[in-house]
Design a binder for this molecule. Structure first.
Ligand code: PSU
Ligand code: MN
Length: 305
């Protein structure tokens, strides 16, 4: 915890006072990752999944220059409908706060906020990574460098095929980030439970993941862990089906000259349109699955050693 001013939701403040498990949730997935009204429904469902699994959800966002750790229901609803909300990563979070503006937090910015609030575990859908064609565009998400320096365990469903997964895994290895597949040897591929890439590490239980988190802290290693949790089999979309959709979305992004932080939201929106919403159904299933695992890890970490 630091002296930086944070505003806690009532339920997060209560959980902190009582030493109960808390799971951080990001808000870029709400403002830039899914259309309204599904984004609000999903945000509410994911919060409920965390509660049902015995932990307290803390959705993170900057609203009118204040850093919120947990949103009240009316704030969540307003954010899901707000237009022109900034997408905040490590680079732009402080400027947004300094100017009194509103922004949604990416994985990187959510990790920063979670650390400030003393929250060790964070659930999301997919992380940012090395984009295809990065050798020309240099487009590498700040999420990867955040994982290397901020001690939060992030539960995601692996990396999307909009990214160059092999290069993403290479950067994570170089940066010293443990990439841990849950219950399988293959690195999960977001919409598909497995990929052609082996995961560097594997753990099978929330308890083992919590022990690994504690061990890194005890060794004084900076940085977090990436927990790659496969989408439930029943909700998968095959990579064969998605490959042409992703290729088309990428070609459209190039044609339209999309660059910088607009790339990921553009691709997600195009894939949603091209699959007539099917990508979103799978996306919702995997985020909820990640919320449940994150709650179990947070519960292990909150228990006495
Ligand atoms: N990948 C997804 N869904 C998302 C994002 C990534 O499958 O919503 C969002 C997350 O907030 C992530 C951010 O942190 O995009 C990465 O953006 P960029 O690639 O510009 O770093
Ligand atoms: Mn980028």
């Amino acid at each position: 915890m630091t002296d930086f001013p944070l505003i806690f939701s009532a339920e997060v403040a209560r959980a902190q006072q009582n030493g109960q498990p808390i799971v951080a949730l990001e808000s870029t997935i709400i403002t830039h990752g899914m259309p309204y009204p599904q984004n609000l429904e999903v945000a509410q469902q994911v919060e409920d999944d965390v509660r049902r699994a015995g932990a307290t959800p803390a959705t993170i966002a900057v609203i009118d220059g204040q850093l919120y750790i947990g949103l009240e229901p009316d704030q969540l609803s307003a954010l899901a409908q707000a237009k022109g909300v900034a997408k905040l990563s490590r680079a732009d979070m402080a400027v947004c706060i300094a100017k009194g503006q509103t922004g949604a937090t990416t994985v990187a910015a959510t990790m920063i906020a979670a650390r400030l609030a003393g929250i060790a575990v964070f659930a999301t859908g997919g992380i940012g990574g090395v984009h295809k064609g990065a050798e020309d565009s240099f487009d590498i998400s700040a999420d990867l460098l955040e994982l290397a320096q901020t001690p939060v365990t992030v539960v995601a469903a692996g990396a999307k095929a909009i990214l160059d997964v092999a290069k993403t895994l290479e950067v994570l290895e170089t940066q010293g980030v443990p990439v841990i597949a849950v219950g399988q040897d293959s690195f999960p591929a977001f919409w598909s439970a497995s990929s052609t890439h082996a995961a560097p590490l594997r753990l099978d239980t929330a308890r083992d993941i919590a022990v690994a988190h504690r061990t890194r802290a005890a060794m004084g290693l900076p940085g977090g862990q990436l927990v790659a949790n496969p989408i439930p089999k029943a909700d998968e979309i095959s990579s064969a089906e998605l490959a042409p959709v992703i290729a088309r979305a990428q070609a459209d992004a190039l044609d339209h000259g999309i660059s910088g932080k607009a790339v990921t939201p553009y691709l997600l929106q195009r894939i949603f349109e091209l699959t007539e919403g099917r990508s979103l159904v799978a996306n919702i299933a995997l985020v909820r699955n990640n919320a449940r695992l994150a709650a179990a890890i947070a519960t292990e970490l909150a228990a006495p050693e």
